[in-house]
Design a protein around this ligand. Sequence first.
Ligand code: FAQ
Length: 329
Amino acid sequence: MYAQMVDTGVASLRAVEELSPEEQAFQERIDADIKIEPRDWMTEGYRKTLIRQISQHAHSEIVGQLPEGNWVTRAPTLKRKTILLAKIQDEAGHGLYLYSAAETLGVSRDQMTLDLLSGKAKYSSIFNYPTLSWADIGMIGWLVDGAAIINQIPLCRCSYGPYARAMVRICKEEAFHARQGFDVVMALCRGTPEQKQMAQEALNRWWWPALMMFGPPDTESVNSAQSARWKIKLFSNDELRQRMVDQTVPQAEFLGLSIPDPDLRWNEERGQYDFGAIDWSEFYSVLKGNGPCNRDRIQTRRKAWDDGAWFRDGLNAHAEKQTAKSKAA
Ligand code: FAQ
């Protein structure tokens, strides 16, 4: 798989002999599956790549609360509302573990937030789509958390200790999230024809954006080759996307829903599904800020940041006072 990523030729990797002795020793530790810990020597590129990926991941968890938050007051029953609230709180927790993991690399949480608000740091494209009906909440659980698990299970084995350990707990919670999503969709599919129709329309809206979550095709993925060498990425974007299709199509069949892809068919020879072309122009347009909800999402985060200024100031003043007290003692 690693060789396959390198073969794409998108990013040129330096030959091993071009690495400095320190870099070679670092790479040898990674090759031997020894975890890198915060106080270990690491290359600047490794540190920067991890800060980029982990902070983007953390931002995704936090921004990812917004489309679901839109339905808390309109969940159809008390039970569904309680489950949804618990799930949204879990996402906040995931964001916090991940910000903490990124902080071990020497970046502050404030800086990460400012990078999100300035547009320097990204968050997952998927959270720029609106939740128009209750069925969209089911789709987020079934498809978005489903995709997140496929992408994140390998991250539990990635080379950076704090990230890998954070992912173990996150994945356990994501598994519950995916099940609750499937349960919402199943209830709709077993309900009235109108409810089933609502689920089908939501699937039509979320299917392609969910496949885009795995990132650009391997031939266009600028970071994959180096991230694979550093064992930050253990599988390529396309490999994980294929896994998502193969896992989800039988689930859709069980639900009696049709995947909105006329080119989808089982390939007996490959033992995998063939699927249609993804509209990558839509993906890149969402990344540039032109998705249906990009402006709203950043505006909401900016407001939360501004509204919380008095609280951060209070905490800092308290911390300074405590430090002065302990120095005086
Ligand atoms: N959205 O060279 P690659 C969740 C960017 S958590 C936006 O292939 P890489 C939980 C990429 O950053 C979901 N940008 O990049 C939940 C790069 O730009 P840059 C988040 C994307 O890093 C559920 C450029 O494109 N999960 O759902 C996306 O090697 C429900 C080139 O791409 C993670 O973050 C995208 N989809 O691979 C919460 C998992 N894809 O940064 C609430 C960890 C690519 O150079 C409700 N992250 N880009 O300017 C990863 O595994 C990787 O970062 C990838 C991208 C696979 C996302």
